[in-house]
Design a protein around this ligand. Structure first.
Ligand code: ATP
Ligand code: MG
Length: 564
């Protein structure tokens, strides 16, 4: 995957110089550590591309997939499976290095016993509220718990009984003994273990005691011999604690935590809590709803792994949070599909045309180019006949100044076919609505013949009425009407869901070659955009998702930024 061997960034630089200096014994081992409490989204893809991408740049480099599953009440094997599928679909492989924080529950417990024995941890019996109170604030130091000086023997005894299930949730916790006056609140005797009488999806009811993230994560890294532990910026203040835990563990491996900025995208949601809310309240069709920025949603929408990797490479990694425009992601799928997607003709809102001088019953099979960007894609036959459908939008009875498409008395070219002229319109006598256009064609102007040279102002797409199949097409607009970062936190964010985020159009007409396209296959509908066959599609009724429209707003933005 050459595109991941991309531009330098500060993390690649650190890893490269560590590798050159022979640190970590010349090994490069990274990990991607999702919590299996939801599906992956495009933000995770950034982390996946970074972690797997860096590892594969080094001989013997490897990236582990580790489920950070220390929270029994929110985790589910459904998510474990979906996450593995998504990482593979994105094009990465953990080469058998699949782990779980829960694999280490015994080791973590034994480390904790050692910490207590060394006087580095104690069982505290304050309530959660009291612990918060004693912790102090950013401006005030914390206070020692009255239980801080409990004897090692007493803490050991309590900790064992916590494990044995003698106490209710919240009765005691295990805390590191570091410094209640530290300017870094994370070092004020952080909680290492909590009692939770809850079944875990892997360990069942073996445990009623679960480690905190700040304790389990650095130890999992150390156990696995991770060299560079890449995480998002909110963990920067936790790094001294990460280092403390690793140091206390006296592990031969000293992983280094490095933080980078989260990916945020405009007009969408990336918080798992909010995604769960959308799915749980059925405000969307599921985790793979094509409006969501989940990997499953993007995939169903028609995104390719290549386009997502190219996007992640382009945005790079930085130390400062930034929000990326959705148009940038769209730019990358358009670029990719432009090179690869087969062209086809489809009419979303059909308007019937009858070509009066074309013989009844005659059908011509015209040659259409599959992909002008890729001559090896060849050509296909498209049937042409006396009755066709064109796009309603391509006709105006009373055309405004800049409108160059079909109008009474005007000519346009039908793509791959002939020049036609509109000689009349038929309307419903009751409603006055347009029902069909009467046209004539110029037989001399067939595409590929010398008469093709005759110029008209516009070329439009069409399908043969007799041959076309019917389809449903789903158009997608932004999920949100506002950027949540700008929405006051006391507002119900779901009121900013865009009621027009999904537009279903039925009765669309597609050229015959599209009728049996298999779910997941992608096309460019000429002049309309890129479309992907949806999983709801069946031989009886084709369903297409619009991945992205043709117009590239980003190219414009990019250009205007360059010329500024
Ligand atoms: P939570 O807040 O529920 O923990 P999370 O988004 O951190 O959710 P994890 O499953 O813990 O989800 O994430 C796995 C990895 O993906 C972490 O290393 C995390 O830093 C990274 N990650 C998550 N969201 C983003 C994002 N928006 N941009 C970049 N990396 C991300
Ligand atoms: Mg997390």
């Amino acid at each position: 995957m050459s595109e991941t061997n991309g531009a330098s960034n500060f993390i690649r630089d650190i890893v490269a110089s560590d590798h050159a200096a022979g640190r970590h014994g010349g090994r490069v081992v990274t990990r991607f550590p999702p919590e299996p409490n939801g599906y992956l989204h495009i933000g995770h893809a950034k982390s996946i591309c970074l972690n797997f991408g860096i590892a594969q740049e080094y001989p013997g480099g490897i990236c582990h997939l580790r489920f950070d599953d220390t929270n029994p009440t929110t985790e589910d094997p459904e998510y474990v499976q979906a996450i593995q599928d998504d990482v593979r679909w994105l094009g990465f492989d953990w080469h058998g290095k699949l782990f779980h924080a829960s694999d280490y529950f015994d080791q973590l417990y034994n480390y904790a016993v050692r910490l207590i024995t060394k006087g580095k941890a104690y069982v505290d019996s304050l309530s959660a509220d009291q612990i918060r109170e004693y912790r102090g604030t950013l401006t005030e130091p914390g206070k020692d718990s009255p239980y801080r000086d409990r004897s090692v023997a007493e803490s050991l005894d309590l900790f064992q009984r916590m494990r044995a299930g003698e106490f209710a949730d919240g009765a005691h916790v295990l805390r590191a003994k570091i410094d209640m006056t530290s300017p870094n609140i994370n070092l004020r005797d952080p909680v290492l273990y909590r009692i939770r009488h809850a079944a875990h999806y892997r360990t069942g009811t073996t445990w009623c005691l679960y480690p905190s993230y700040d304790y389990a994560h650095p130890l999992s890294d150390a156990i696995e011999g991770i060299t560079h532990s890449l995480c998002t910026l909110e963990f920067e203040d936790h790094r001294p604690l990460y280092d403390w835990v690793v140091e206390q563990a006296e592990s031969p491996h000293r992983p280094q935590q490095i933080e980078f900025a989260r990916l945020n995208i405009t007009h969408t949601v990336m918080s798992k809590r909010r995604l769960l809310e959308l799915v749980g309240k059925k405000l969307v069709a599921g985790w793979d709803d094509p409006r969501l920025p989940t990997i499953k949603g993007l995939r169903r929408r028609g995104y390719t792994p290549e386009s997502i990797r190219a996007f992640c490479e382009h945005i790079g990694v930085a130390k400062r949070d930034a929000v990326v425009e959705m148009q940038l992601l769209e730019h990358f799928i358009r670029e990719d599909l432009n090179k690869r997607a087969q062209r086809a003709m489809a009419v979303l809102r059909p308007l019937k045309i009858v070509i009066e001088n074309y013989p009844e019953g005659q059908v011509e099979q015209l040659d259409a180019i599959n992909n002008p960007e890729d001559p090896s894609a060849g050509t296909r036959k498209v049937p042409f006949s006396r009755t066709l459908f064109m796009e309603q939008d391509d006709f105006r009875e009373d055309p405004p100044k800049q409108f160059f498409r079909l109008a009474p008395g005007r000519e346009v070219r039908l793509r791959y076919a002939y020049i036609i002229k509109c000689v009349g319109v038929t309307k419903d006598p009751q409603s006055g609505e347009l029902t069909e256009l009467r046209c004539t064609y110029d037989p001399e102007t067939k595409s590929g013949s010398p008469g093709e040279q005759r110029k008209v102002k516009a070329t439009i797409h069409w399908v043969s009425a007799l041959h076309a199949a019917e389809a449903e097409v789903r158009l997608y607009n932004p999920l949100l009407t506002a950027d949540l970062a700008k929405v006051p936190s006391d507002h119900d964010w779901t009121t900013y869901l865009n009621p027009r985020s999904l537009e279903r159009i039925t009765g669309c007409r597609i050229e015959p070659s599209l009728q049996h396209a298999i779910p997941g296959s992608r096309f460019q509908f000429e002049r309309l955009g890129y479309f992907c066959v949806d999983s709801d599609s069946s031989p009886a009724k084709a369903v297409f998702n619009r991945t992205v429209a043709l117009k590239d707003a980003w190219a414009r933005i990019d250009k205007s930024q360059q010329t500024r």
